[in-house]
Design a protein around this ligand. Structure first.
Ligand code: NAI
Ligand code: 15L
Length: 269
């Protein structure tokens, strides 16, 4: 199956953890991969372009987007923290991105949303894309904003977006919670590929997870995307249990899907 349906693809957040994991993998999806981040991260290799841009800078974002066919948007503040930096990168930044996409007729975006849009659901609940957002902090609120902004640009201008509510995408699950939320890098790439290649994407919300035995999320509303996870956290289960202790079930960290994010941030407890 060919996965190369775009000539020039933009990857934002290219210097970050997922950006670095996707850099080689996404070359199979395009002729030219344009890489962008706030900070310098080295020179372009063959088949690559590098365009540095602060997402909060409309002119820089416009130059970053001009000439691409589709966008994989990984850039932004990726953890809970004070509101202002989150607002600049994730709220103003996503507005700048969609305005540039509209002006330059980019018709498909894969947006790195987060499980923290719904972090205040309990670990005993199974939720789907129709459940209302219950963000667990300013970061989760900013991702919920990105989902709403992308929905508006779909309804008004026909720009299709997949909002991937990524669980925990790291080389391995780091704790017991991540046995439920883990998404392997290869499955992340498979999911992005499915979002880029499915004939009709529309505006879709998809929980980004591998084929884990324990899950809190139901992706049955995203079957049209055609993503089938091939990895599973289950192979790490024994090792994770061996190196971690039973969590305190009275602690909100163990009660809510957002884990530590439900107590993080600038408030103090
Ligand atoms: P990361 O923090 O390693 O990478 C984010 C990148 O965005 C960084 O290289 C940073 O320099 C860049 N960035 C931050 N502010 C920017 C700005 N104003 N302008 C331009 N670039 C800016 O995060 P990671 O883990 O690679 O995540 C990538 C995306 O996926 C993020 O949007 C994150 O919120 C989302 N995500 C990641 C998860 C994970 O498990 N890794 C889980 C859920 C969501
Ligand atoms: C996220 O949204 C973060 O970007 C990432 O660093 C992880 O903490 C992840 O969620 C998670 O919930 O494990």
């Amino acid at each position: 199956m060919t996965i190369k349906v775009h000539q020039k693809l933009l990857l934002t957040g290219a210097a970050g953890g997922l950006g670095q994991a996707l850099r080689e993998r996404l070359k199979a999806n395009c002729d030219v991969l344009r890489l962008s981040d706030l900070k310098a991260f080295g020179d372009a290799a063959p088949g690559e372009e590098v365009v540095l841009a602060d997402l909060a800078d409309a002119a820089a974002v416009d130059a970053m987007v001009q000439g691409v066919d589709a966008i994989v948007h990984m850039g932004g503040v990726s953890v809970e923290g004070p509101f202002h930096p989150i607002m600049q990168a994730n709220i103003l930044g996503v507005y700048n991105l969609y305005e540039s996409a509209r002006k330059h007729c980019v018709k498909r975006v894969v947006f790195a949303s987060s499980n923290h849009v719904t972090g205040f659901y309990r670990q005993s609940e199974t939720i789907n894309a129709s459940h209302p957002a219950r963000p667990d902090g300013f970061y989760g609120v900013s991702k919920a904003f990105g989902e709403d902004m992308s929905r508006f640009y779909f309804d008004r201008f026909g720009i299709e977006t997949a909002c991937i509510r990524i669980g925990s995408s790291f080389p391995e699950p780091r704790d017991r919670r991540m046995l439920a939320t883990w998404l392997s890098y290869d499955d992340l790439h498979r999911l992005i590929t499915a979002c880029l290649t499915t004939p009709v994407l529309g505006h879709s919300i998809i929980f980004g997870m591998s084929n884990n035995a324990v899950t809190w999320w139901d992706n049955s509303q995203a079957r049209h995307v055609g993503f089938v996870a091939q990895d599973s956290s289950d192979v790490f289960r024994d090792a994770v249990y061996a190196r971690t202790t039973q969590p305190d079930l009275d602690d909100p960290v163990a009660q809510f899907q957002g884990g530590g994010f439900v107590k993080a941030g600038p408030f103090g407890f």
